[in-house]
Design a protein around this ligand. Structure first.
Ligand SMILES: [Zn+2]
Length: 314
């Protein structure tokens, strides 16, 4: 078994926050219009009027992150983390990220499905022509199985996030295997798909978890970028943590049912598209990585990850 290793230093990257954490409501395009008519004496009042009318709308808006100047609040020391893609022969069986040279990104949404929220997320992804991956929880699938056929029909990948969403680091291997099987069974009942893509809850994956996963024949997906959307840090902070940070081969960890994630997605998608990235599922990311490794006779080197912490087991 060949293994390609990289030590990534998630260093003293600061947590950035904006001086005013309230949502910004004025759209840049409207501000531009306001500025262009600024030659008249009423320019200032026009801008205020436009901003206020946006604030009164039903959709809260905020300015894109790159147009703002963040303020450094305090540096956060992050531990040295080992982020290693694991290979078994020509097959990658544990992924932190895909091929860094590839202009593609996998958006992943964990912890669903949720009857109302997932429908809205699917609507948004369809509108944006983005294919993503849903790491679903088996017991939630059993409560809303009708959502999974739509995911598949619209080109998304449905993947296994266990049945009960427990911390597998505390579980014996037999329980790990049972959680993987029960999760996969729930998905199969709902949409007929037998998935072999797996993400352990919270990303917890000790040797026991990995050996259980290997025995179940599943590929384990972790992530390269985690903006911690589960903590609801604010849409602007989420954008700050992703825009300009996400790069080729990224596996981006997001969560289904988080309103702030819904808020940033259109802008995030537009910016990544503008940078030339395509959106793929995790299985596509893995197979493209394997193809790149085969072409180069060795696994591509990874790059640093942007992954501050384990998300909580909810
Ligand atoms: Zn989860």
């Amino acid at each position: 078994m060949s293994q390609n290793q990289l030590i990534s230093l998630s260093s003293t990257e600061p947590i950035l926050k904006f001086p005013n954490n309230k949502p910004r409501f004025a759209r840049s395009t409207r501000l531009l219009i306001s500025a262009s008519i600024g030659v008249c004496a009423f320019a200032a009042s026009c801008s205020v009027t436009l901003a206020q009318s946006d604030m009164q709308g039903s959709q809260p808006r905020y300015k894109p992150v790159l147009s703002q100047k963040p303020t450094l609040l305090r540096p956060t020391q992050r531990p040295l983390e080992l982020k290693v893609n694991t290979w078994k022969g020509q097959r990658v069986i544990k992924l932190w990220r895909g091929d860094p040279a590839g202009k593609e990104i996998a958006l992943t949404f964990d912890d669903g499905p949720h009857p109302a929220a997932t429908v809205r997320l699917l609507d948004l992804l369809r509108e944006q022509h983005v294919k993503a991956t849903f790491f679903v929880v088996g017991k939630k699938v059993d409560e809303a199985p009708w959502l999974l056929p739509r995911m598949l029909a619209e080109g998304h990948e449905v993947a296994n996030h266990t049945y009960h969403h427990i911390n597998l680091d505390n579980a014996p291997e037999a329980v790990v295997m049972s959680e993987i099987k029960l999760g996969a069974d729930a998905i199969q009942r709902a949409c007929g798909l037998r998935t072999f893509s797996f993400r352990p809850p919270g990303g917890h994956h000790n040797d026991n978890v990995l050996s259980g996963a290997e025995k179940m024949g599943v590929r384990t997906f972790l992530w390269s970028d985690d903006p911690a959307d589960f903590a609801n840090p604010g849409a602007e902070v989420l954008e700050q943590r992703l825009i300009g940070k996400v790069s080729g081969g990224a596996l981006v960890l997001l969560h289904d049912g988080i309103e702030q994630t819904m808020d940033i997605l259109p802008d995030l998608i537009a910016r990544l598209r503008k940078d030339g990235y395509k959106f793929v599922t995790v299985s596509q990311l893995a197979s493209h990585l394997e193809a790149a490794a085969a072409a180069h006779k060795t696994a591509p080197q990874q790059t640093a990850t942007n992954s501050p912490q384990h998300p909580p087991i909810r």
